[in-house]
Design a binder for this molecule. Sequence first.
Ligand code: SF4
Length: 310
Amino acid sequence: MSDISKKILNLKKEKNAVILAHNYQIPEVQDVADFVGDSLGLSRIASNTDAEIIIFCGVHFMAETASILSPEKKVILPDIDAGCSLADTINYDQLKKWKEKNPNAVVVSYVNTTAEVKAESDYCCTSSNALQVVESIAKDKEILFLPDMFLGAYVQKKTNRKINIWPGECHVHAAMKYEEIKNLKDEYPDSEVLIHPECACGSQAMAIAEKNNDKSIHFLSTEAMVNKSREITSKNIIVATEDGIIHKMKKVAPEKNFISINRKSQCNFMKMITLEKVLKSLIDEGPEIKVDEKLALKAKIAIDRMISIG
Ligand code: SF4
């Protein structure tokens, strides 16, 4: 273990801090974290932890969500500029206008949104429970789903109901093309494929898998991908999501060969968090992410619904 990692672990103990890291963080940051997981898993931990300080190694909306769930805790994002291109695709004004045009609709927001957008939503969801959240809404209700169009299309297909979908996308997952999966499948014919529903390749992969009754293609949230990699018997596993997840997969299933559909599938925002910044944020106890109390209370309703479903 490096000196800097040792310093982080000592200081974390001294300050009664917990380090949460998203599955897309760099390996060294994942290795100093108390918990590594997806947005939903980390939100749950943030709401239950006894630690006084939460160092959130992820992006801004995740730290905001943790702060909404634990307003009495100090939530720290080691780099204040770690944003999210998907969350940036819709703001408060845009959602207000969309709602005005569809006054009877129920708003389901993917967790990758700002606190202001969450506060205007009826439900939040993550990729792990998006299907359950939509299925929990009465069939005759109109739904506005935002901001990810690929996840929205996946939910629409799986639940077999008409959903109004916001045309947002994440630059990392939008760049993943079906041809890359096809080429790797040709190279590794015995492989299984794990695809995150945010990926642009999803609809085509799903249509082709259904047409060919191909059971080797799975659509899963990041956490479910990690769990699935343990169960799969095939040695070769093709992974279609941000590259950082492979570090965790290798830990849970070291005997497997994980093949990223594109080694360049990296989120520049997630990769802004470094060990040096984690250490500095522990020393400075900042930058702290705080959400206005009134806004947080409003946003918490949709987040609590997300946590209680699935
Ligand atoms: S991978 Fe995409 S959705 Fe996830 S934080 Fe990065 S930009 Fe946002």
